[in-house]
Design a binder for this molecule. Structure first.
Ligand SMILES: [Zn+2]
Length: 197
């Protein structure tokens, strides 16, 4: 299963899917000049960690095929996957798990300066938690609609709608490493023991 996730040729970090707004070389330089660290390769590393954890969750039957990774600068602060079934906890989404772990670790609810990588777009509950934790950026692969198509009981509210309606300062980038993230759904589809919720 892991081989299926990692065997596909990965896109170049700067080569973003068509139509997605990303950090071009020029934008990355501007971003740095404004004092925000945007180390090269970190964006790829953050999502790869999230994918790796999601694979573990699928293999162990912990929950849906979702992983998340919280990064500050070049450092991975927390990585986890969905544990809804393992913990019998409807709120144990990957994003919530990493936020809780990071807050415990640094003993602070305020995660300003952190970026959260998640294999699928945050649901409204998770986006609200990201906002409350004051996380700077959220970077996701597949969309809520992709999860809803698999039968997950998603609310049809995108993270961009949450940001816009709630006037949140959280910055959003979607479609990052989408192909690799989609492979998680395919691995999930092949599972005979899968359980949607
Ligand atoms: Zn969620």
């Amino acid at each position: 299963m892991k081989e299926n996730v990692t065997s596909e040729k990965a896109p170049h970090p700067r080569r973003l899917p068509r139509g997605e707004k990303g950090f071009t070389h020029e934008k990355r330089r501007t971003f740095k000049q404004k004092g925000h660290p945007m180390p090269q390769g970190v964006e790829r590393k953050g999502m790869l960690e999230a994918i790796k954890s999601a694979v573990q969750g699928i293999t162990r039957g912990h929950g849906g095929p979702f992983g998340a990774c919280l990064v500050r600068g070049r450092s991975v602060v927390a990585v986890d996957h969905n544990r809804v079934l393992q913990c019998s906890d409807a709120t144990a989404h990957a994003e919530i798990n990493v936020i809780r772990a990071a807050c415990r670790k640094i003993r602070n609810f305020d995660l300003s300066g952190h970026a959260l990588y998640t294999t699928t777009e945050p649901c409204p509950m998770c986006f609200a938690a990201i906002h409350w934790a004051r996380i700077d950026r959220v970077i996701f692969g597949t969309r809520i609609a992709d999860a809803a198509r698999r039968g997950f009981n998603e609310l049809a509210i995108s993270s961009r709608m949450m940001k816009s309606k709630g006037c949140s300062a959280v910055r959003i980038k979607g479609g990052w490493m989408r192909r690799e993230c989609e492979e998680l759904f395919r691995a999930w589809d092949r599972l005979e023991t899968k359980r949607v919720y």
